[in-house]
Design a protein around this ligand. Structure first.
Ligand SMILES: Cc1ncc(COP(=O)(O)O)c(C=O)c1O
Length: 490
């Protein structure tokens, strides 16, 4: 609904709307295929019963796999939602919460969050509650850090492919710039020292002042944890460049289903002289993914830099976490037995769903980057494109959205330099819906390869000019009458 209103406003020329330059500035990234796919899904959302021919949303990194565990806890702990004290007194805390507006946050919540963050890192990192700044999600945390660390026109180096929302979160209102650190499929899209140096030099050539490096660990969209050696290299790079910071967005920390997740803070703590760099390394976190609560808008900046904590706390006035949300989550995260069981079971379910997707794709001859975290896989569909180009990627993406009925995110929307990669989400749907999605994709792949085979056979008896004409190949799949209708509308 929101996106329809925005879309209607976007159709009017900016000057007629009498808006500011910022409001009309397209660095927001709204016209990226990442967001356009969501709009298409909203027009015709799949439902197993009421709309079985609709578009299946596989472009949204939501975690709906463990809601039952949270609901079960809520059933057993009615005081938390009822805004009452636990135990015999059961006194109402409604009035206190209604008036509470301190931007330092509820101490009970910050303590519980600090412990939860530590638990996800096997207690190898201790989080000091007074170094936490609460924000309305990681979106707000990342933007606040940009406001704290970069002036307009300053740049952050970010490994590609990266989360498409960063264009909005880091650049739009702050005026900061992103310089991509180009990673390659040849080495599993790992961040190399050469790629970092190259990005740094490019920024200098563009006369941009580099203020830092931002990584997402585990990575969105790759679904991989950053290997310890790579983290050591990145922290070393930052330590050696005195004027720059490292932001480590660890929003997917709790989704890592192997034991390999290492926080940037662990690497800093292991340095011979951690104080050289410790006040330049900042962690971003949120409960949107690990607890599956993006609607609650709970995020955090963790920093040992007193200046950053102080400035970000003042900035958090623009995006506070409501006091009743803090109250509820202080009780939930404070329940150590619950969080222990939840973290383990949530990971188990993520892995199970991940394996369902990877195995299904493998059976149809589609490969993925090997992954061990996240709510998505990074899928190589290059062989299904008519040409290994971004035009070919866009063409395939449109077919998958409009004809196959799956909204996946093309790699180009994540600034991937190699065409043919797509991010496919698996945790925002039931196992049955994922089966339907796999079945649709299987029919598409089969019909595509039949057409390719027929075209190749025809080409064998045609003059050479026809062989090089990819337009001879038709993508023939028609899933449902409504798919054809939708296509006709465009
Ligand atoms: C890497 C990354 N950072 C930040 C966000 C924003 O999260 P939040 O819902 O907490 O604002 C997302 C959401 O998908 C993300 O993937």
């Amino acid at each position: 609904m929101v996106s329809q209103v925005v879309a209607a406003a976007d159709e009017k020329p900016q000057q007629q709307l009498l808006l500011s330059k910022k409001a009309g500035c397209n660095s927001h990234g709204q016209d990226s295929s990442y967001f356009l796919g969501w709009q298409e899904y909203e027009k015709n959302p799949f439902d197993l019963v009421s709309n079985p021919s609709g578009i299946i949303q596989m472009g949204l990194a939501e975690n709906q796999l463990s809601f039952d565990l949270l609901e079960d806890w809520l059933e057993k702990n009615p005081h938390a939602l009822g805004l009452r004290q636990e135990g015999n007194s059961g006194a109402s805390v409604f009035r206190d919460l209604a008036l509470f507006q301190d931007y330092h946050g509820l101490p009970a919540f910050k303590n519980a969050l600090a412990r939860f963050m530590s638990e996800q890192r096997g207690h190898r990192v201790v989080f000091e509650p007074s170094n936490i700044v609460l924000t309305a999600g990681a979106t707000s945390a990342n933007e606040a850090l940009m406001f704290c660390l970069a002036d307009q026109g300053d740049a952050f180096l970010i490994p590609t492919p990266y989360y498409p929302g960063f264009d909005r979160d880091l650049k739009w209102r702050t005026g900061a710039e992103i310089v991509p650190v180009h990673c390659s499929s040849a080495d599993g899209f790992r961040v190399t020292r050469a790629a970092l140096d190259d990005a740094y030099r490019r920024a200098q050539r563009q006369r941009l002042r580099v203020k830092g490096v931002l990584i997402t660990n585990p990575s969105n969209p790759l679904g991989t944890t950053v290997p310890r050696a790579d983290l050591e290299m990145i922290v070393g790079f930052v330590a050696a460049n005195k004027g720059i910071h490292l932001i480590s967005d660890e929003i997917y920390a709790g989704t890592a289903f192997s034991d390999e997740f290492v926080s940037a803070l662990e690497i800093v703590a292991e340095l011979d002289n951690p104080t050289d760099v410790s006040d330049r390394v900042h962690v971003v976190y949120s409960l949107s993914k690990d607890l599956g609560l993006p609607g609650f808008r709970v995020g955090a900046i963790y920093s040992s830099n007193a200046g950053v904590v102080s400035a970000a706390t003042k900035m958090s006035s623009f995006g506070l976490v409501s006091s009743q949300t803090q109250y509820l989550l202080a009780a939930l995260l404070g329940d150590k037995e619950f969080t222990k069981g939840y973290v383990a079971e949530n990971k188990r379910r993520i892995k199970e769903r991940h394996d369902q997707l990877v195995e299904g794709l493998r059976e149809m001859g589609i490969g993925c980057l090997g992954s061990n975290a996240g709510l998505f896989c990074w899928v190589d569909m290059g062989h299904l494109m008519r040409s290994r180009s971004f035009a070919g990627e866009m063409e395939l993406w449109k077919k998958v959205v409009f004809e196959v009925g799956l909204n996946i995110s093309p790699g180009s929307s994540c600034h991937c330099r190699e065409p043919g990669w797509f991010r496919v989400c698996f945790a925002n749907m039931s196992a049955k819906t994922l089966d339907v999605a796999m079945e649709r994709l299987r029919s598409f792949v089969e019909s595509s390869s039949n057409v390719t085979r027929r075209a190749a056979a025809a080409a064998a008896v045609l003059p050479a000019r026809s062989i090089s004409c990819p337009l001879a190949i038709k993508w023939a799949l028609r899933l449902t009458p409504s798919t054809a209708d939708r296509k006709a509308e465009r």
